[in-house]
Design a protein around this ligand. Structure first.
Ligand SMILES: *[C@@H]1O[C@H](CO)[C@@H](O)[C@H](O)[C@H]1NC(C)=O
Ligand SMILES: *[C@@H]1O[C@H](CO)[C@@H](O)[C@H](O)[C@H]1NC(C)=O
Ligand SMILES: *[C@@H]1O[C@H](CO)[C@@H](O)[C@H](O)[C@H]1NC(C)=O
Ligand SMILES: *[C@@H]1O[C@H](CO)[C@@H](O)[C@H](O)[C@H]1NC(C)=O
Ligand SMILES: *[C@@H]1O[C@H](CO)[C@@H](O)[C@H](O)[C@H]1NC(C)=O
Ligand SMILES: *[C@@H]1O[C@H](CO)[C@@H](O)[C@H](O)[C@H]1NC(C)=O
Ligand SMILES: *[C@@H]1O[C@H](CO)[C@@H](O)[C@H](O)[C@H]1NC(C)=O
Ligand SMILES: *[C@@H]1O[C@H](CO)[C@@H](O)[C@H](O)[C@H]1NC(C)=O
Length: 269
């Protein structure tokens, strides 16, 4: 089920200093934002115990080099906790493990008393809830980030983002339930400009659910990021991003030319 835009929508300040710090300390995951909802349970409650063991199960399973893992704690009690993590499809298992470790630690302080939490990093995402979140398209709470730089020829550019992302979305989602749903593509805009796209769903979604989640995200891009040189929409079940520089690892070209197109600052929408 896809819910519509709601008050949990939010936009984020993404300070360029964070990207800079991240370059100098590659082991650190790049925090984007988090959201906690539906407070509150009390300390030392069954729910608290469930979250604690959920977070430790997630981070320990990340050491098994899994990109995605879902689990339930307090199963068969009145207080089950459903949780999962997802790493970005192109990161190494070392980066994935590090990100999940940091995110689980972070959540214990950032969302210490809420039943529902989502935290996004560049490299991974963790969610938990008191209601089942598996095999369901969930698009709230959501966030978006936008590059502050305008693009020239906006109408044509927005159309290109839409068509190239839409085709990437149907390609990346066209695999069975349980299979990795991730894709990137590049489109030459001019001889000197290339558009880089990335899409990803949690693998527990069906092909149809994933594609529909991605399409909802793509259709939200003009709202947050229309006419901008970069943008992303982050839903719990899927996310999309585009930039005019390479921001993901490709097997053939492991790193972009340093200094050529540094990540520009992103700002509050
Ligand atoms: C989850 O928590 C919210 C807020 O406390 C509550 O309204 C809802 O009924 C809970 N869901 C279940 C399945 O217990
Ligand atoms: C909080 O709980 C209420 C009642 O169960 C639910 O309608 C609402 O969607 C929950 N909030 C979030 C962010 O999931
Ligand atoms: C993985 O999670 C399961 C429960 O979901 C847990 O039993 C197990 O100890 C965790 N860790 C590893 C390394 O498998
Ligand atoms: C993981 O998610 C699947 C649905 O995708 C669900 O059937 C399974 O029970 C979940 N595993 C746990 C341990 O909750
Ligand atoms: C929960 O209950 C089901 C059915 O009664 C049982 O098969 C399962 O093993 C139980 N799970 C746990 C973690 O106790
Ligand atoms: C981008 O364009 C908007 C309106 O189209 C304008 O308000 C803003 O100042 C421009 N920003 C930059 C960085 O040029
Ligand atoms: C984009 O341009 C590069 C370099 O000019 C070229 O190698 C590549 O084939 C072009 N890609 C597409 C999809 O046209
Ligand atoms: C993207 O293109 C499709 C098909 O042409 C169109 O239905 C949709 O409204 C477009 N979305 C945006 C955000 O422009």
């Amino acid at each position: 089920m896809i819910t519509s835009f709601n008050p949990f929508s939010l936009s984020i300040v993404f300070l360029s200093i964070l990207s800079f710090l991240n370059l100098t300390t590659p082991a650190t995951a790049n925090y984007l934002f988090h959201l906690c909802a539906n407070s509150t349970f009390s300390a030392n409650s069954l729910y608290q115990t469930g979250i604690n063991s959920l977070l430790s199960s997630l981070s320990s399973n990340a050491t098994r080099n899994l990109e995605f893992y879902n689990t339930t704690t307090n199963q068969n009690t009145s207080n089950p906790v459903f949780g999962l993590y997802l790493c970005r499809g192109d990161v190494t298992s070392e980066v994935c493990r590090g990100c999940v470790a940091e995110a689980t630690k972070d959540l214990t302080t950032r969302c210490s008393r809420e039943r529902i939490a989502v935290i996004w990093y560049d490299e991974c995402m963790i969610r938990y809830s008191n209601e089942s979140i598996f095999s369901t398209v969930i698009v709230s709470p959501r966030g978006s980030l936008s590059n502050t730089q305008n693009i020239t020829n906006q109408e044509q550019f927005n159309k290109l983002v839409n068509t190239s992302m839409t085709s990437l979305a149907s390609q990346a989602s066209d695999v069975p339930i349980g299979v990795k749903k991730f894709g990137t593509n590049e489109v030459n805009i001019t001889a000197f400009q290339t558009l880089y796209n990335l899409v990803q769903c949690t693998p527990d979604l069906s092909s149809t659910e994933c594609n529909s989640c991605l399409q909802t995200a793509i259709n939200s891009l003009p709202i947050c990021c229309g006419g901008k040189q970069g943008g992303r929409v982050l839903f719990p079940s899927c996310n999309v991003r585009y930039e005019l520089y390479s921001f993901y690892n490709t097997p053939e070209a492991p790193s972009p030319t340093p200094g050529l197109q540094p990540p520009p600052p992103l700002q509050l929408l």
